[in-house]
Structures are given as structure tokens and as C-alpha cells.
Design a protein around this ligand. Structure first.
Ligand code: NAP
Length: 244
């Protein structure tokens, strides 16, 4: 019996790292993909330390060449990608009135176009295998909006639309496409928030704490499993109840 292969973008840190470690414990071979090869190797070492299989890939989702080259290499080596987790993402916050076009473009390019281009690369092999799981890491901000995050909110709302369109296109091949919408999760992305902002956010979370990367990884593990085979086009909120 072969191991299924899960490809995780933005896997070097935070949520992507937790997803990689959780899926490897479930028996997946992991492709750890992000721009910095040294950071990918650190996560790969953690995976190998718990007897998992890891391949690292230098992947910059702003570059079509990097995406095409990367996926071609993995498919040549592993022959299959069963699960794609589009997790790579950034913020470039600022009020819309003063937002630089470069900040708008970069956020859309990484968070939305990157996910689309990576998905295009895996669809042919998933269609051939008549099985696949695409899991897009969106955000509560894509559902509820947030002042100062017009670019980020648009990218994550776009990712939710992309999820639903793909779910409809791919259902006949038993490929499910779902999104996870995390609330505020303790990672480098939220580390720099001022204390008063963090307190305000916490006050809006009924479960009374920030989420952990492992909270998101647990949801990915479920959506990647056979048990989730009848779920597609869904947006799973993992947000402590902050948006219902
Ligand atoms: P993070 O700690 O800042 O990690 C971001 C990851 O994305 C890193 O691995 C980074 O690689 C990678 N990345 C950045 N630019 C990339 C590019 N051009 N190509 C490929 N990979 C790239 O963020 P996080 O909190 O774990 O967030 C992961 C995902 O969850 C993002 O999509 C984010 O929008 C979403 N999310 C996060 C929260 C939260 O509260 N943290 C809430 C909702 C949704 P490097 O290490 O090389 O920079």
C-alpha cells in the first residue's frame, strides 16, 4: 500500500508547519514547500524525526515558473499529489484610502493567484486518479471583512469563491475542494499586533483564547480524510466562535 502525498504551501512556519506535522502523523508523505529551502529543511527534519517521509521544495507562489517547475519535480519524483493545502499567505495592512497598489497586488498574487496556479498544477493527476483533496486556508477576514485589510479580505473572499467554483467543477472526479476560515491564530502573522488590539480581538472570541496552529491542522486532517468524502464547497470556520 502506497502512502498518500500531501503538498503544503507556506509550510516552513506557523499553520503550514503544524499542518505538515499533523498530516505526516496520519501517514501522508509531505512536500514541504516555501521560498526558503533552509526553513523547509527544518520542518522536514521534524517530520523525519517522527518517522515520516518529507520532500522539500523551494517554492515562491508569486512566480509561475517556480510553481510549474516545483510541481513538475514533485510529480516526477512522487508520481502523485493527493492532497494540496494552499496555505501560503501574507498580510500588507493599511487603510484602503492610502493603500499602495503594490501592496494590493502582492497580497492578491500570493493569497489568491498563488492558490489558483498551484491548484491548476495538481488537477490533471488528481483527475486521473479520481481522488483528491484541495484545502484552501482562507480567513474569518474573508467572511466578515476587517478595517485596514481591504487587500487581505478581498484575497480571502476570492479564495472562498474559487473554492466553491472548483468544488463544482471537480465533484464528478471525487475531488473535494474546501476552505478553512481560521480566526486569530498565534503565529508570526499575528505576533506583531499591539497588545490592545489583541485584547480587543480576544474579547470578541466566545471561546476566550487565540487559536493555535494545531487547531487549524486538526481541521485539515479531517477534510483530507476519507471521512470527509461527502463534504465539498464548504467553508469550515475554526475561529473560537468569533464569527458565526
Ligand atoms: P506565517 O507564520 O506568516 O507563515 C506564512 C507562510 O507563508 C510561511 O511559510 C511563508 O514562507 C509562506 N510564504 C510567504 N510568501 C510566500 C510565497 N511567495 N510563496 C510561498 N510561500 C510563501 O503565517 P500563518 O499565520 O501560519 O498563516 C498561514 C495561512 O493562514 C495564511 O494563508 C494566512 O493568511 C492564514 N490565516 C492566518 C491567520 C492567523 O491568525 N495567523 C488567520 C486566518 C488565516 P517564509 O517562511 O519563507 O516567509
Amino acid at each position: 500500500m502506497f502512502n498518500r502525498v500531501a503538498f503544503v504551501t507556506g509550510a516552513s512556519r506557523g499553520i503550514g508547519r503544524a499542518i505538515s506535522l499533523t498530516l505526516c502523523r496520519t501517514g501522508f508523505d509531505i512536500v514541504v514547500a516555501s521560498p526558503e529551502i533552509e526553513n523547509n529543511e527544518l520542518v522536514a527534519e521534524e517530520i523525519r524525526a517522527c518517522s515520516g517521509e518529507a520532500m522539500t521544495l523551494n517554492l515562491d507562489v508569486t512566480s509561475q515558473e517556480s510553481i510549474k517547475e516545483g510541481f513538475t519535480k514533485v510529480l516526477a519524483d512522487k508520481t502523485r499529489i493527493d492532497v494540496l493545502v494552499n496555505n501560503a499567505g501574507i498580510t500588507r495592512d493599511g487603510l484602503a484610502v492610502r493603500m499602495k497598489v503594490a501592496d494590493w497586488e502582492l497580497v492578491l498574487k500570493i493569497n489568491l493567484q498563488g492558490a489558483f496556479l498551484c491548484t491548476q498544477q495538481v488537477l490533471p493527476s488528481m483527475m486521473k486518479n479520481r481522488w483528491g483533496r484541495i484545502i484552501n486556508i482562507a480567513s474569518v477576514v474573508g467572511q466578515a471583512g476587517a478595517a485596514g485589510q481591504a487587500n487581505y479580505a478581498a484575497s480571502k473572499a476570492g479564495l472562498i469563491g474559487l473554492t466553491k467554483a472548483l468544488a463544482q467543477e471537480m465533484a464528478s472526479r471525487s475531488i473535494t475542494v474546501n476552505a478553512i476560515a481560521p480566526g486569530y491564530i498565534a503565529t508570526d502573522m499575528t505576533k506583531g499586533l499591539p497588545d490592545e488590539v489583541k485584547q480587543k480581538i480576544l474579547a470578541s472570541v466566545p471561546l476566550g483564547r487565540m487559536g493555535t496552529p494545531e487547531d487549524i491542522a486538526a481541521a485539515v486532517k479531517f477534510l483530507a480524510s476519507e471521512d470527509a468524502g461527502y463534504i465539498t464547497g464548504h467553508v469550515l470556520a475554526v475561529n473560537g466562535g468569533m464569527y458565526m
